[in-house]
Design a binder for this molecule. Structure first.
Ligand SMILES: Cc1cc2nc3c(=O)[nH]c(=O)nc-3n(C[C@H](O)[C@H](O)[C@H](O)COP(=O)(O)O)c2cc1C
Length: 176
């Protein structure tokens, strides 16, 4: 233990974003078919595994999201853990304008969950519960079906940048 107190910063939006960004995450695509049969979705790095029994995961969605109201009442939502090769797709899935699914290969389940082809893991989910939490909703999702391929390296998001994991085959971590 040191005698001097830690030099912590006062709380502010910028400092909070910066500190939250120190925690590395993967990135998921949260997506479903809209009423017109076209895919609707957004990128979300707030994905967390929650429970094995029952099988639950969560994402946090900002109240400012214009896409979430189109997703929240769908029977099923797809959650795809994006691969390291999908950084550009991730940028598009978060973009304000344009077709977010342009150039992206995806598959819809019969119940309308949209899953991204070539993702590291894919979950077919339904909304279990919503919890209001500050300026976000915590969305608790029940997993119905899934697949995962550990051979597909995940996309990593840290400090506002995309990265890929260093592996014995690829020892240098490289921003994507
Ligand atoms: C890497 C990355 C991670 C993101 N994670 C989240 C998230 O966890 N929750 C969220 O509400 N928005 C997140 N976003 C923002 C959304 O993808 C999207 O840009 C935002 O919802 C605005 O679009 P919308 O109005 O169509 O919803 C993230 C964006 C990026 C690029």
């Amino acid at each position: 233990m040191t005698a001097a107190p830690p030099e912590l910063r006062p709380l502010g939006q910028r400092e909070l974003r910066r500190a939250f960004g120190a925690f590395p995450t993967g990135v998921t695509a949260l997506a479903a078919l809209g009423d017109d049969g076209t895919p609707v979705g957004l990128a979300a790095s707030s994905f967390t595994s929650v429970s094995l029994d029952p099988p639950l995961v969560s994402v946090c969605v900002a109240h400012t999201s214009t896409t979430w109201p189109l997703l929240r009442d769908r029977a099923r939502l797809g959650v795809s853990v994006l691969g390291a090769h999908q950084a550009e797709a991730c940028r598009r899935l978060a973009a304000r304008g344009g077709n977010r699914f342009a150039g992206l290969d995806w598959t819809a389940t019969t119940d309308g969950a949209v899953l991204i082809d070539g993702a590291s893991a894919r979950f077919d989910c339904s909304v279990e519960r919503l919890v209001r939490a500050g300026d976000h909703d915590i969305v608790l999702l029940r997993v119905h079906e899934l697949d995962a391929d550990h051979a597909i390296a995940p996309l990593v998001f840290h400090a506002s940048r995309f990265h890929r994991l260093a592996t014995p085959d690829n020892p240098t971590e490289t921003p994507t």
